[in-house]
Design a protein around this ligand. Structure first.
Ligand code: UDX
Length: 450
């Protein structure tokens, strides 16, 4: 099928490349000329494992996407048009919809008759109707359909999450759009495509459930899913804090509850909490929606409050141990909001670094992938960047494990210990090390809820 994707950010680029790999003819539109020029050469502007290889692989079947900044070329191409532009949060927590608005105008101007416009961006409930109105205003003569297709992909495993999704959700108010989208996703629903060798099909994956709803419900599914996951983590963190008070071990507690199939064991890792571009933004947006109707979403407020307090907890723990942080040398292991990404949006590391600097500590940081981004995006952040964990450890009073990169899991902790000075505190913000082993080495080891 002929597909157009507006926006080559995270969601747009992954969607476009995966659809091209599945055999569709894809055209991608972006206003950023540099990005488009790079993409034409196969250069991926984000860090996502194997996405460059997947894009390269589309050449084998002559399905390498068209990358263009020309709206006419991109819009006249697609019978299905994905809107996948950013909806960054405004100061008040509401999403900024100006890019969606611009898309609707572009579609109105250039799209072909009977096209289906799909909202892939995370948009407020009711945006389906709103986008419909904007396109209609831009071109009253255009016959088109609007549908919602929320994405659930995680950064760092975006290809896997697209090819082997837990479900595909389509919100549409009429059968034409629903049937077309089912056809588009047929290779995924039936798992009939040949998997790339770097992303093999999990054993037993025979099909993907296709969930068809009205547009508003699909929009709510996106917010509810992310809010629920965020709430699960905040729940684990709240329990971790109670475990600390009573002397229990949160990892054991979560294992104990996660084996209950009604609860499920995933997203119960306690630590310094969630970050990233989605959880905070989506919980906040759902709060705003509820408030519009004068409803008090207490659970969502709690989810957010618990999360951001975890970041302060790190500082509090260090103060408990060291009393004065002024002049102390502290190292952060990891900057990205989670492993396998260079994304720093709402990254706990940034808040923690800023708080430590404010208290007069000298802060050094390292990250295998995200350090360059951090330098570029935060030129005023007064931290010292070092190349690796061992260099980071040199002479430090305390190390804080912020991002659980695989290489940090495999650290030679004895070597780290030898390089450190002062109080030799290892604050494990993701509960990845064994307390027994760390203490045996001699660390003043602190974790969350254990
Ligand atoms: C999330 C959703 O998972 C995805 O479905 C949605 O489409 C986009 O938002 P992402 O932000 O890429 O994906 O990351 P995710 O893997 O969900 O992790 C989010 C944050 O939660 C990270 O900061 C991670 O470190 C944290 N986390 C995750 C925990 O603190 N504990 C856990 O148990 C799991």
């Amino acid at each position: 099928m002929k597909v157009s994707v507006i926006g080559t950010g995270y969601v747009g680029l992954v969607t476009a490349t995966c659809l091209a790999y599945l055999g569709h003819d894809v055209a991608c539109l972006d206003i950023d000329e540099k990005k488009i020029e790079g993409l034409k050469q196969g250069q991926i502007p984000i860090y996502e494992p194997n996405l460059d290889q997947l894009l390269e692989d589309t050449k084998k079947t002559n399905k390498f996407p068209i990358f263009t900044t020309d709206p006419k070329i991109a819009m006249e191409h697609g019978e299905i048009i994905f809107i996948a532009v950013g909806t960054p949060p405004k100061e008040n927590g509401e999403p900024d919809l100006r890019y969606i608005e611009a898309c609707a105008k572009t579609i109105g101007k250039h799209a072909k008759q009977d096209c289906i416009v799909i909202n892939k961006s995370t948009v407020p409930v009711g945006s389906g109707n709103w986008v419909y109105m904007l396109i209609e205003q831009a071109n009253p003569k255009l016959n088109f359909h609007v549908a919602s297709n929320p994405e659930f992909l995680r950064e760092g495993s975006a290809i896997f999450d697209t090819f082997y999704a837990d479900r595909i959700v389509i919100g549409a108010d009429e059968n034409f759009a629903r049937a077309k989208l089912k056809e588009l996703y047929k290779p995924l629903i039936e798992q009939s495509f040949t998997p790339p060798n770097y992303c093999p099909r999990p054993h037993g994956q025979a099909h993907i459930p296709f969930i068809s709803t009205d547009i508003t419900s699909a929009e709510m599914i996106k917010y509810s899913a992310n809010s629920f996951l965020a709430m699960k983590i905040s729940f684990a963190n709240q329990i971790a804090n109670i475990c600390d008070l009573v002397g229990a071990d949160v990892t054991e507690v979560m294992q104990g509850i996660g084996t209950d199939s009604r609860i499920g064991g995933k997203f119960l890792n306690a630590g310094i909490g969630w970050g990233g571009s989605c959880f905070g933004k989506d919980v906040q947006a759902l709060i705003k929606i509820a408030e519009e109707y004068d409803y008090n979403p207490e659970l969502l407020y709690g989810t957010t409050n618990v999360n951001y307090k975890q970041r302060n907890l790190v500082i509090k723990r260090l103060q408990d141990q060291m009393k004065i942080l002024k002049g102390k040398k502290i190292g952060l292991l990891g900057l990205a909001f989670k492993p396998n990404t260079d994304d720093l949006r709402d990254a706990p590391a940034l808040d923690i670094a800023k708080a430590l600097i404010k208290l007069g500590a000298s802060v050094s940081v390292t990250d295998p992938i995200a350090a360059e981004n951090c330098k570029k995006q935060n030129p005023d952040l007064e931290v010292n960047y070092v190349n690796d964990p061992y260099e980071l450890a040199q002479g430090k009073d305390a190390l804080i494990l912020v991002t659980e990169w695989d290489e940090y899991r495999k650290l030679d902790l004895e070597k780290v210990f030898r390089f450190m000075g002062g109080s030799k505190i290892l604050l494990d913000g993701r509960n990845i090390y064994s307390p027994v082993d760390a203490k045996k080495i001699g660390f003043n080891y602190i974790s969350i809820g254990r």
